[in-house]
Design a protein around this ligand. Structure first.
Ligand SMILES: C[S@@+](CC[C@H](N)C(=O)[O-])C[C@H]1O[C@@H](n2cnc3c(N)ncnc32)[C@H](O)[C@@H]1O
Length: 293
């Protein structure tokens, strides 16, 4: 890609570069991701079991993407662990996990989760800003660097990518990241419903409504092309799109899974095709480029 093309792509992803990391922390402290996936008492085994069941029921592509079992006996660095659903599954499968998040509240719950499941010896938690990871996390070579739904929520995603390079052990390190997909059903739906067709307001509307709690201070969205630009120093082994949320929100928040009418009548196969084309999650598995590449 020419420098000019790469510069103009980068311009599209500088939207939230002025946001302070404190605002990001405050937002995720006020409502850690998936915290309302269960109504049971937070911190109990029942609570964590329900959170996990709901998460992987609604997002079944996550275990397939993470391949928890593959990392038995391996070192995993998870960037942006949230309340630790994937973290616990890596540890349960036998990985040694370093889990990082900028949100104290998310970490508090994730740590409790590790205690409840007797996995504290397999997980080391750190409160750190992924953009300056090496200020906090000892530089060590990992087998897997995993970051699901995180990099698009930080003001300078490119800094996280630079940091990742330090934890890289060469071609044996696999990196798996998920960022939000711009060419998606969700963005189309937000454009119609919340932005009322005003596409020039779309970026802020996306951030406003990307999460369960409105007002996320930073949410970038990527196309396959802009994500390739973000990851330009890496070799992309696999990149795919998945996940359309088909349920009525009013029922979902009351723990009922009722699909909206048009997804009810859509044949399953067609729905899957739609998800693979216009899903909200853009998932990439990458490795470091060989020097000669
Ligand atoms: C959408 S949640 C995803 C959490 C978890 N990966 C999951 O899938 O459940 C985004 C997480 O990224 C964290 N995060 C955002 N920016 C970060 C940064 N610069 N450094 C570390 N964590 C960050 C937030 O605190 C939040 O827990």
């Amino acid at each position: 890609m020419s420098d000019l093309a790469s510069h103009s792509l980068d311009k599209t992803i500088e939207l939230f570069s002025e946001v302070e990391i404190e605002r990001v922390r405050e937002y995720w402290n006020s409502r850690p991701c998936n915290i309302r996936h269960s109504q049971k008492e937070i911190g109990t085994k029942e609570y964590f079991d329900e959170v996990e069941a709901r998460k992987y029921f609604v997002e079944p592509h996550i275990p397939l993407f993470a391949q928890f079992e593959k990392w038995r006996g391996k070192r995993v660095l998870e960037i942006g662990c949230g309340i630790g659903t994937d973290t616990i599954n890596f540890a349960r499968a036998g990985a040694l996990v370093t889990a990082v998040d900028v949100s104290d509240e998310s970490l508090r719950i994730a740590k409790k989760r590790a205690e409840v499941f007797g996995l504290t010896d397999r997980i080391t938690f750190y409160r750190a800003n992924a953009e300056t990871l090496s200020n906090t996390i000892p530089v060590f070579e990992y087998d897997l660097i995993y970051s699901f739904g995180v990099i698009h929520h930080t003001p300078h995603p490119e800094n996280v990518i630079e940091q990742i390079k330090q934890y890289y052990a060469g071609s044996q390190t696999i990196i798996k990241i998920m960022v939000y997909n711009k060419i998606s059903y969700k963005v189309f739906w937000l454009l119609l419903t919340e932005a009322k067709g005003k596409f020039w307001k779309l970026n802020n509307t996306i951030a406003q409504y990307s999460e369960a709690q409105t007002g996320c201070p930073v949410t970038y969205v990527y196309t396959k092309r802009t994500v390739q630009n973000l990851l330009r120093d890496f070799k992309i082994n696999e990149i795919f799109v998945d996940h359309i949320f088909p349920y009525k929100i009013s029922d979902y928040i009351n723990y009922h899974y009722v699909k909206v009418w048009y997804f009810r009548i859509l044949p399953k196969k067609l729905f899957r095709l739609l998800e693979k084309k216009f899903g909200w999650h853009l998932c990439a598995t990458i490795t470091m480029k060989n020097k000669e590449n």
